[in-house]
Design a protein around this ligand. Structure first.
Ligand code: SF4
Length: 260
């Protein structure tokens, strides 16, 4: 459990006043803490009881073989035109056995240069957001993007590029087998969920993704939050919602998704 002072410090980084609801106290937007779990998600799309948490496989994809094959493929990939302008393909970073998987849109300039997703100011904010709910990319989160190569001038991904690249992300998800996917930003959410619904309509619900039917929660992209700090409070609500969903999905398991 994260120390309160440390959490307060990270919330301060997020620019959010520290406010700790009492147990069961309704929250400001009407989502009572007791109703923040998947069974109460709007749209009724989450049915954790229909897929009780299975024990985490001892080493899901922990072997280097599948990961090395994947990395080699991405680094040499020419499936779409983006390969021509990239410095390098950016596969992902974090714990390959994580219970959480964060999925963004595509590498930016800094990510393209360093070969790691979510670096720079947006990456620092993402780390602060994760830390606020007791997570870190070094310990219990794996981070990847829908696209592995940088679009020129950071333009939105095109449908053909997403179609070409999504199989890589699907393979990553199959290897990591996270308990929960956190899609950050409208582009990632819309592409993963094959919808044109607005981010505001996608927030606060539990969706499902892929053949593994992995639960997926949506929030803002940290780069957006840097430009629109007033929405950080909404992002904080999303993170608390995601944490509540994760806890229900892993009831009886330790924080990192393994049986305690
Ligand atoms: S974006 Fe994906 S599909 Fe396109 S070249 Fe890069 S790795 Fe290949």
């Amino acid at each position: 459990m994260m120390d309160r002072a440390l959490r307060a410090e990270y919330l301060e980084v997020l620019g959010i006043d520290v406010w700790v609801p009492r147990r069961g106290e309704p929250q400001g937007d009407g989502r009572a803490t007791a109703a923040a779990g998947p069974t109460a998600a709007a749209g009724g799309t989450a049915r954790p009881e229909a897929r009780p948490p299975a024990p985490m496989p001892a080493s899901p994809g922990a072997g280097e073989g599948p990961w090395e094959a994947l990395r080699t493929e991405v680094l040499g990939c020419t499936r779409c035109a983006l390969h021509a302008g990239r410095t390098q393909g950016v596969l992902g970073v974090g714990n390959r056995q994580a219970g959480w998987m964060v999925i963004g849109e595509a590498p930016g300039a800094e990510e393209d240069r360093r070969g790691e997703p979510f670096v720079g100011r947006a990456g620092q904010l993402l780390d602060a957001m994760l830390r606020a709910i007791g997570l870190s990319r070094a310990e219990n989160v794996y981070i990847a993007n829908v696209l592995k190569s940088r679009p020129p001038n950071n333009r939105d991904p095109r449908p053909d590029e997403v179609a070409a690249c999504l199989p890589y992300l699907r393979r990553q998800i199959e290897l990591v087998r996270p308990r929960l996917l956190l899609a950050v930003g409208r582009i990632a959410a819309q592409n993963l969920l094959a919808t044109e619904e607005s981010l505001s309509r996608l927030r606060g619900r539990v969706h499902r993704f892929g053949e593994l039917n992995t639960p997926l929660v949506v929030t803002y992209h940290p780069a957006y939050l840097l430009r629109n700090p007033a929405d950080k409070r909404k992002a904080w609500e999303d993170l608390k919602f995601a944490r509540s969903v994760y806890r229900q999905l892993t009831a009886g398991l330790s924080d990192d998704g393994h049986r305690s």
